[in-house]
Write a protein that binds this ligand. Structure first.
Ligand SMILES: NC(=O)c1ccc[n+]([C@@H]2O[C@H](COP(=O)([O-])OP(=O)(O)OC[C@H]3O[C@@H](n4cnc5c(N)ncnc54)[C@H](OP(=O)(O)O)[C@@H]3O)[C@@H](O)[C@H]2O)c1
Length: 349
């Protein structure tokens, strides 16, 4: 595969609104030792693209400070965590046989080499991502998907949304026969949670809104409650015996309202704060019932390996809400921010 010297990319040079996304002709990165160069077939958007662009993560002790999720962003930065494509070139020490293979990139940068390492960085945030024609990645983060029945758009929809969902379900120790509550259920992570929790044999009560409720049912939820009405009352009616595990990407008022709905020894797993990060809850509802609140950031290498096995077998079916050409990255991010979509929004360089 002949690799050109320059490529089209969309990058940010500061925090701000969609206007800070700028199209640029930049050098194609050269894969270093132990890395591969991937020609991007599709790159999926995530809420983190919006928060990283805006600098919405705050810092410890300074919640309003503009920041990426792990601290300052090293601008200019090409965004995009979720890449599917083909290996175009390999760096020193990497098998030539990988060239031409169809791959998915694990976007996590881990704090160690072990199977349970923690993600402490992300492609598109702490290193350049896939809003571009080419991206480099360490070879151990590249998973061969040549035999998968999924299209590039679907493969690109997997890493962050499904990886995060698998991480939440594992950390919340959701078991067959248990009842799971899923918030933000029409979104990328939410739909993945509904599908995977259902496939694990859980009873799934989802929280969604408006016209998206039908699609959340179709994804496998047993009951869907409308967040425009009294959520606690509806959840109590849908799950009279209580919730074993809450899989929550919304937080805000939902945590205070929802903790009393947990069964004895219940787990409340939180991985997002779309509804607000400054929480109030009655701590008695926690300790009197041996309940746990568990924070969950992305996935481990083990979770990601499991996800790739599912994808090779076509055992996950991500829903694609819409596709945009790379040049329309700002429009795509605005579409994501409007939250009218169900599933994943994808850019095709
Ligand atoms: N911890 C991690 O590793 C990790 C990884 C990925 C994402 N996240 C976080 O998880 C969250 C979801 O990400 P995503 O990519 O799935 O986003 P998404 O595709 O935009 O979906 C979010 C969904 O949440 C619901 N929602 C939006 N605003 C809400 C509000 N104010 N109150 C209640 N519900 C609201 C909407 O669904 P309904 O209208 O159907 O309710 C929306 O479709 C984000 O906060 C993101 O930063 C965390």
């Amino acid at each position: 595969m002949a690799v050109p010297e320059t490529m089209r990319a969309v990058r940010i040079t500061r925090h701000g609104g969609p206007e800070v996304l700028e199209a640029a002709e930049v050098s194609v990165p050269a894969p270093r030792a132990g890395e591969v160069l991937v020609r991007v077939g599709a790159v999926a958007l995530n809420n983190t693209d919006l928060w990283t662009r805006e600098g919405a993560y705050g810092r410890p002790g300074a919640p309003k400070t503009l920041s990426g999720w792990r601290g300052p962003i090293d601008f200019p930065r090409i965004q995009g965590a979720d890449v599917a494509g083909r290996v175009a070139a390999v760096g020193a020490g990497v098998a030539e046989s990988l060239a031409g293979r169809r791959v998915v990139v694990d976007p996590a940068i881990y704090d160690g080499d072990g199977p349970d390492a923690n993600p402490v960085g992300l492609m598109g945030s702490e290193r350049d991502g896939g809003y571009a024609e080419y991206v480099t990645a360490p070879v151990e983060r590249v998973h061969d998907m040549t035999g998968s029945p999924l299209a590039d758009d679907q493969l690109a929809a997997l890493p962050t949304a499904y990886g995060t969902a698998l991480g939440m379900i594992a950390r919340g120790r959701l078991r067959e026969g248990e009842t799971a509550l899923v918030s933000g259920a029409s979104g990328g992570v939410g739909l993945a949670l509904v599908q995977i929790a259902r496939a694990r044999g859980a009873r799934v009560v989802a929280v969604s809104s408006g016209v998206k409720i039908g699609a959340v049912h179709d994804a496998g939820a047993h009951a869907v409650v409308d967040r425009a009405r009294d959520v606690a009352e509806q959840v109590r009616a849908a799950a009279p015996d209580g919730i074993d595990v809450a899989l929550d990407v919304v937080a805000g008022e939902l945590v205070g309202e929802g903790l009393p709905l947990l069964r004895e020894g219940g787990r409340w797993v939180v991985a997002g704060a779309l509804g607000g990060y400054d929480l109030r809850f009655d701590v008695r509802r926690l300790y009197l019932h041996n309940a746990q609140v568990i924070g969950s950031a992305m996935h481990t290498p083990t979770h990601f390996g499991l996800l790739m096995d599912l994808a090779r077998r076509g055992a996950v079916r991500p829903v694609i809400a819409g596709t945009f050409p790379l040049e329309r990255a700002a429009d795509a991010q605005q579409e994501l921010a409007r939250r009218g979509h169900v599933g994943k929004i994808v850019l095709r360089p």
